[in-house]
Design a protein around this ligand. Structure first.
Ligand code: DGL
Length: 283
């Protein structure tokens, strides 16, 4: 059996990278839905349908646990699939399977609180001095998942989201660094103008952006802490697997990369980020 990692494209490789380092003996299948990327500008129902199709492929490929390493899929589709589709699909497969996402570990890292914690909302309102900036796709921004879930837990954190409509596509298509830098700088400036100053901390709330984290670091004031989704997610999944022995991660250290798009070597940015070229098979 194996762990499936799903993203609309290459962005989830940033999460896969951290998962492999954390769980070196587990078997992994990475699925990139490159025939349909980017997801970020699509209507919600389409994102739900595409995410369900990706999960089915990964379960059918023998995965017990699928990680939605894509903020857009996780923020728009995860709860719906867990509640309306997964129970029936478990019966079809006749084995325990589950789908988890990267939003919960990210919010735990951003709030410093376990997911189960809810703030006492009857308490005094306090001035929100800790300003958290979030960069994400338009669909994730529209879902307001970060604002809603952080506000439930931390009354003292103000969340400002900046939708970056074209950035995932630019990364996916290996745009020149100057173009990526200009786009990132424009988004950081736009967010800072809306806040009235730069954010105190930031979440790169799209897995593609982690691949160009250095450009965000350059555009934000020096030393601005970034909350890293890959590390937070890998730690949370390792803990989850310890508690849930029914999901078997495999033990052969297998790594398969599949795409619904064109098989072959992935873009140069990924090769540089990964340290070597990655070759994808057709899904
Ligand atoms: N990498 C994805 C995310 O984390 C989606 C990018 C896209 O397909 O628009 O949101």
């Amino acid at each position: 059996m194996a762990i499936g990692v799903f993203d609309s494209g290459i962005g989830g490789l940033s999460v896969h990278h951290a998962l492999v380092a954390r769980l070196p003996t587990a078997d992994f299948v990475y699925l990139a839905d490159q025939a349909n990327t980017p997801y970020g500008g699509r209507p919600g129902e389409e994102i739900v349908d595409l995410t369900r199709a990706g999960c089915e492929r990964l379960f059918d490929a023998g995965c017990d646990l699928v990680i939605l390493a894509c903020n857009t899929a996780a923020s728009v589709a995860l709860r719906r699939l867990q509640q309306t589709w997964l129970p029936g699909y478990r019966r079809v497969l006749g084995r325990p399977v589950n789908v988890l996402g990267i939003i919960v570990p990210t919010i735990e890292a951003a709030t410093g609180l376990p997911w189960e914690h809810e703030a006492d909302l009857r308490g005094d309102k306090v001035e929100k001095l800790d300003v958290l900036g979030i960069f994400s796709t338009p669909a994730t921004t529209r879902s307001r998942v970060y604002e809603i879930e952080i506000d439930k837990r931390r009354q003292d954190v103000a969340v400002f989201s900046e939708a970056c409509p074209d950035l995932a596509r630019l990364i996916e298509t290996d745009a020149p660094e100057a173009e990526l830098r200009a786009a990132v700088t424009a988004h950081v400036s736009a967010l800072s103008r809306r806040i009235g100053r730069a954010p105190d901390r930031a979440i790169l709330g799209c897995t593609h952006y982690e691949i160009i984290a250095g450009l965000f670091r350059d555009a934000l004031p020096p030393g601005t802490p970034l909350i890293h989704q890959p590390a937070a997610t890998a730690d949370a999944i390792a803990l989850y697997l310890e508690r849930h022995r029914e999901y078997r991660p495999g033990e052969g250290g297998g790594r398969r990369f599949v795409t619904t798009g064109a098989p072959g070597a992935q873009n140069g940015l990924v090769a540089r980020f990964w340290g070597e070229p990655l070759v994808f098979d057709a899904a």
